[in-house]
Ligand binder design. Structure first.
Ligand SMILES: NC(=O)C1=CN([C@@H]2O[C@H](COP(=O)(O)OP(=O)(O)OC[C@H]3O[C@@H](n4cnc5c(N)ncnc54)[C@H](O)[C@@H]3O)[C@@H](O)[C@H]2O)[C@@H](O)CC1
Ligand SMILES: Nc1ncnc2c1ncn2[C@@H]1O[C@H](COP(=O)(O)OP(=O)(O)O)[C@@H](O)[C@H]1O
Length: 280
């Protein structure tokens, strides 16, 4: 089944805190940072995760990145991991974890992903966490499940599934990828395709080409992670994040940079919460 993505599909599933909610119960999101010269992507994702409502967001970084990150974070928390086992221990209490933005295309990233897969956290795999599985997509698929979300752009998709896009087109290629990976696939671009392993597909129209700017995908990964952390179903979380992300960019218009996106989310979310359920 193919649908046009829009708030009518998921607005009623957006998380709402209640009087009993505290920051831990609201949803805990982890974001894995790259090395000292590559921490910006994790910061973008972390801020987006907080803005979309995760109660607590922690960046996990290698030891030498800590003194770069610490002065650049406020509400976002920070923890250092020395190795994959450390990352596994720190991620155990998390409801969701984002890995990939500026993570590095190397075996350390593969081992870190394996460590995260041993926890109960829902995973968002983006950027380097996908590229690193070029030529070994079966290994990636082994560790993923329906709660997880992979967010390739067309280049990353091609690395994982060479020729599939050209052969099948975006919609069917994303559907097949979701089936093979066993997780939600968000094939990003001007018509982002959100595909589930059960064959459902949503197309996000209303392109916002202002999004073609470095780091906007990192923000999207954080937004999806923030909704997953709040226990939103992964297909709905991906759909909602993709729509809100595109809408924030559309409203901002020219001059948009990735940093602008997280802080544009609150009024959009408020509108959808007020309108739910049923408003398109
Ligand atoms: N602020 C930051 O710290 C940022 C860090 N980033 C990280 O920087 C690293 C390198 O990013 P790159 O942008 O070089 O990596 P990409 O994998 O995005 O780009 C590498 C190549 O892939 C192709 N490609 C990229 N986007 C494509 C698309 N939509 N369709 C088709 N082909 C496409 C292009 O040939 C490009 O040269 C990654 O780890 C990434 O996560 C980026 O996310 C940008 C922001
Ligand atoms: N021409 C476009 N029209 C609409 N959206 C776009 C366009 N180009 C890119 N995007 C969106 O911008 C984001 C870019 O993500 P990505 O390529 O991963 O960038 P980065 O790695 O720099 O964060 C995606 O959400 C994608 O859908």
């Amino acid at each position: 089944m193919t649908e046009t993505n829009g708030p009518a599909l998921w607005a009623s599933a957006l998380p709402r805190p209640t009087a009993e909610t505290h920051k831990h119960s609201r949803g805990r999101l982890g974001v894995v940072s790259g090395p000292p010269l590559r921490t910006g992507a994790a910061r973008l994702a972390a801020r987006a995760g907080l803005r979309i409502g995760a109660g607590l967001v922690k960046v996990f970084c290698p030891p030498d990145a800590a003194m770069v990150l610490a002065p650049a974070l406020e509400a976002v928390m920070l923890d250092v991991f020395n190795d994959p086992l450390d990352l596994e221990r720190l991620s155990e209490p998390m409801d969701a974890v984002v890995i990939g933005p500026a993570a590095g295309v190397d075996e350390a990233t593969v081992l870190n992903i394996a460590a995260l897969e041993r926890t109960g956290a829902a995973l968002v795999l983006d950027a380097d966490a996908l590229t690193v599985f070029q030529g070994r997509v079966d290994q990636l698929a082994l560790g993923l499940d329906r709660d997880d979300v992979a967010t390739p752009h067309a280049g990353e998709f091609e690395r994982l599934f060479p020729g599939l896009l050209a052969q099948k087109g975006r919609e069917d290629a994303a559907r097949q990828a979701a089936d093979v990976l066993g997780c939600i696939v968000v094939l990003k671009g001007d018509r982002t395709v959100i595909a589930a392993p059960d064959g459902r597909v949503r197309i996000n129209d209303g392109a916002a080409p202002w999004l073609a700017t470095a780091g906007s995908g990192d923000v999207l990964a954080g937004m999806i992670g923030g909704l997953l952390a709040q226990s939103m179903d992964s297909f709905e979380a991906a759909s909602a994040a993709v729509w809100l992300h595109a809408e924030a960019a559309r409203r901002f218009g020219p001059g948009l940079i990735a940093e602008d996106l997280p802080d544009r989310l609150p009024p959009l979310i408020a509108q959808r919460l007020d309108a739910a359920p049923g408003d398109a």
